[in-house]
Design a protein around this ligand. Structure first.
Ligand SMILES: [Zn+2]
Length: 121
């Protein structure tokens, strides 16, 4: 296949497949974590192949370093440190720091608070 930008319909399909892979990864993590890690690998391959980003919804659900699926409260934890979101990977110990985006602040705060609540339960 030629390099460069793919037609939009092709990218849409790739994004849809990535969503499905991550949804499965989330569903199967508790029973088959090794499958989840494999799904992440496949999604990342799609991302490279179609030169398109992993959907933002899932971009923090895998470790940038070791590529494992991250399940908050199981092999991962999220903290707010110095106005940055820190995502800790329990698989390799890598910490990803994401700057706090002011425009999305309120939205993200709600999101992380709901995750935190889930972790505390
Ligand atoms: Zn890792």
């Amino acid at each position: 296949m030629s390099r460069g930008k793919r037609p939009k319909w092709m990218i849409d399909i790739a994004v849809e497949r990535m969503n499905i892979l991550f949804e499965r990864a989330e569903m199967e993590f508790i029973t088959h974590p090794e499958r989840s890690h494999r799904y992440v690998e496949l999604a990342r391959k799609l991302s490279t192949k179609y030169n398109t980003k992993i959907p933002e919804k899932w971009s923090r659900r895998y470790c940038r370093k070791c590529g494992k699926f991250l399940y908050y409260g199981h092999n991962s934890s999220v903290r707010l440190v110095d106005e940055k979101v820190s995502i800790f990977c329990g698989e390799c110990g890598h910490v990803m720091r994401i700057p706090y985006n002011k425009e999305k602040k309120n939205k993200r705060r709600a999101k992380y608070e709901s995750i935190k609540k889930r972790n505390d339960e």
